[in-house]
Design a protein around this ligand. Structure first.
Ligand SMILES: Nc1nc2c(c(=O)[nH]1)N[C@H]1C(S)=C(S)[C@@H](COP(=O)(O)O)O[C@H]1N2
Ligand SMILES: [Mo]
Length: 299
């Protein structure tokens, strides 16, 4: 498995707190403070401490398995994830029904520790393993006319109580503009903490777009379509006034029913607190994708 760290969080941030403090003392003794900061082990790293595997896998949104936060952990065991294939269609050079292993064969699995900010104003820090979406798209070949990527979640009605109860219009669908999809931060996650991604988190493969609200990060993907039209997305269809296509994390644009200026960090022990929400969830490197756009209008 190849490792490539391209975000501002580092392996130091997945180190358990005691070992981390220990390591800081060791590093302080040998490297000096500048080196410590460069290694990403500065004071500010404490608010980027990853949530525990238990927290990440027991507090979820996956409406196919119910609307309660513990419903996915209780019910997603019924999801059948093998065999798994993904239909790739639309404006693409090599369309087809790909077995998941064939689609990912030869691509690099990366470790990415990302902030994750739900539109409901809670957040976590999650150490994902996954493949850059761009690597997958480049492998299948995107035609120049393609302007958007659309995604679809599996529907297994007999295994999904939320589908039986029609809590949302399924299949769950999502989409990105092609430049968002090709951005190196955009990940197709297949694991958490080095373990295969649990069903409640979107097994066997789900999108992770860390600068957007969590609902953009669609789970258990069975279809990827390249299109020249902005695709419909589930939460916009359900409530267009409250949920826009872009849904970039933005502390200055409130949800009609609550403020987006702050967020509640799940878990966190002694560091648990409400904290300020950051523009683009702190991923400033994506700002240029939206140059010249009114982000209040394009919420
Ligand atoms: N198919 C599907 N994908 C989904 C959802 C869902 O209900 N169904 N919920 C979304 C929402 S609102 C959030 S916040 C994240 C939650 O991901 P997590 O449970 O892994 O933290 O998944 C997103 N992806
Ligand atoms: Mo969410």
């Amino acid at each position: 498995m190849a490792y490539r760290w391209t975000n501002d969080l580092t392996v130091a941030d997945v180190t358990p707190k005691a070992a981390y403090l220990n390591r800081r003392q060791i590093l302080a003794g040998t490297m000096g403070l500048g080196a410590i900061a460069a290694a990403g082990i500065a004071e500010g790293a404490t608010d980027l401490e990853p949530n525990t595997f238990e927290e990440i896998t027991s507090y979820n949104n996956y409406y196919e398995f119910g609307t309660g936060k513990s419903d996915p952990a209780d019910n997603a065991g019924a999801l059948v994830t093998s065999p798994w294939s993904i239909k790739v269609d639309g404006l693409v050079d090599n369309p087809g029904d790909y077995a998941l292993d064939d689609l990912l064969d030869g691509l690099t699995v990366e470790d990415r520790i990302y902030r994750f900010r739900c539109v409901e104003a809670w957040s976590m820090v999650i150490p994902w393993n996954g493949i850059e979406l761009a690597d997958i798209l480049n492998k299948v070949g995107v035609k120049p006319e393609a302007k958007y990527v659309a995604f679809e979640t599996v529907v297994q009605p007999e295994n999904m109580i939320g589908v039986q109860r029609r809590v949302l219009d399924f299949p769950y669908v999502e989409g990105l503009r092609i430049d968002e999809a090709m951005h190196p931060l955009t990940l197709m996650a297949t694991g958490i903490y080095g373990e295969p991604i649990p069903n409640q988190n979107g097994a066997p493969i789900r999108l992770v777009v860390p600068w957007k609200y969590g609902f953009k990060s669609i789970k258990s993907i069975v279809r990827i379509s390249l299109t020249d039209q902005e695709p419909p997305i589930s939460w916009n269809k359900a409530n267009p006034r409250e949920y826009g296509f872009y849904s970039n994390v933005n502390p200055e644009v409130d949800h009609p029913r609550w403020s987006q200026a702050t967020e509640r960090r799940i878990g966190g022990g002694i560091f648990a607190s409400r904290q300020d929400t950051l523009m683009f969830n702190g991923y400033d490197e994506v700002a240029s994708l939206y140059d010249g756009m009114d982000l209040r209008e394009n919420f």
